[in-house]
Design a protein around this ligand. Structure first.
Ligand SMILES: NC(=O)c1ccc[n+]([C@@H]2O[C@H](COP(=O)([O-])OP(=O)(O)OC[C@H]3O[C@@H](n4cnc5c(N)ncnc54)[C@H](OP(=O)(O)O)[C@@H]3O)[C@@H](O)[C@H]2O)c1
Length: 228
């Protein structure tokens, strides 16, 4: 599958890209600038100590969205609307995994606090901006530090929420290729309001040095009930 990471030049996008490259998926790193996307590709090559990685390429965001079968959005909340509008037509009919965190930093506040958006969750806002795309809240609770520690398993579940069951099954199969990650389907997209609010809590634990790259695990799941 071709995966386009929109805004894939930051910590979260790079981490997700590197993990999917390791899983053998075809990854396109998207950016507003082709040069910046190419630099990100070069950085991943350097980190993985490989001169050529055949399943990794760079593109401008719109181009990445056009070429990819499935998209991942990894931009700050303040950049969410403009970025999604720029890929709206290319993203139609596709799945978009949305990592956007509604952190107070978007208005100069603290990363340990959430913004309460009129649209509900950040992912619900994404769904309103790109109604013809199946938006799934994902990767909110996995830190870039854990993703970038690419020789290690990730000790964190990936809580997802979305309104299209088939899209969630596709997403879960893809994400569970990342070693250590269990996908937990939390239900419809409105549950993203809860999932996204866990992130500032985890950031706070990291800041207080109670944890390094804090994550979350859901216990007691009946494997028979996993739809994927
Ligand atoms: N970092 C984490 O540990 C973590 C964990 C969970 C969720 N998240 C969420 O994942 C998203 C990305 O996090 P991050 O730490 O990777 O963010 P980031 O490094 O601040 O930004 C990621 C990319 O977004 C693009 N961008 C930044 N400002 C922009 C603007 N004003 N307009 C358009 N594009 C802009 C840039 O790409 P180009 O300049 O290349 O276009 C940038 O490299 C955020 O919503 C965050 O809340 C992050």
């Amino acid at each position: 599958m071709k995966i386009g990471v929109i805004g894939g030049t930051g910590g979260q996008g790079l981490g997700i890209a590197i993990r999917f490259v390791q899983a053998g998926e075809n990854v396109i790193i998207g950016s507003r600038s082709l040069e910046k996307a190419q630099n990100a590709v070069d950085k991943i090559k350097e980190l993985l100590e490989e001169e050529e990685i055949s399943n990794l390429s760079a593109a401008e965001n719109t181009d990445a969205a056009e070429k990819a079968d499935l998209l991942v959005l990894t931009v700050p909340l303040a950049a969410q609307r403009a970025t999604l509008q720029s890929i709206k037509y290319a993203a139609a009919g596709k799945i978009l995994l949305d990592a956007t965190g509604p952190l107070e930093t978007a208005i100069g506040g603290l990363p340990t606090r959430c913004l309460y958006l009129p649209d509900g969750a950040a992912s619900e806002r994404s769904q309103k901006i790109i109604p013809d795309t199946n938006v799934i809240c994902a990767f909110n609770n996995i830190s870039s530090g854990a993703l970038m520690d690419f020789n290690e398993q990730i000790d964190c579940d990936c809580l997802i929420a979305g309104d299209d069951q088939q899209s969630k099954i596709v997403a879960a199969k893809l994400i569970e290729q990342i070693p250590g990650v269990q996908v937990v389907d939390c239900g419809p997209l409105e549950r993203a309001q809860i999932i996204e609010k866990i992130t500032p809590l985890l950031i706070g634990l990291n800041i207080k040095k109670i944890c390094k790259d804090a994550g979350i695990r859901i216990t007691g799941i009946d494997p028979e009930c996993k739809p994927f």
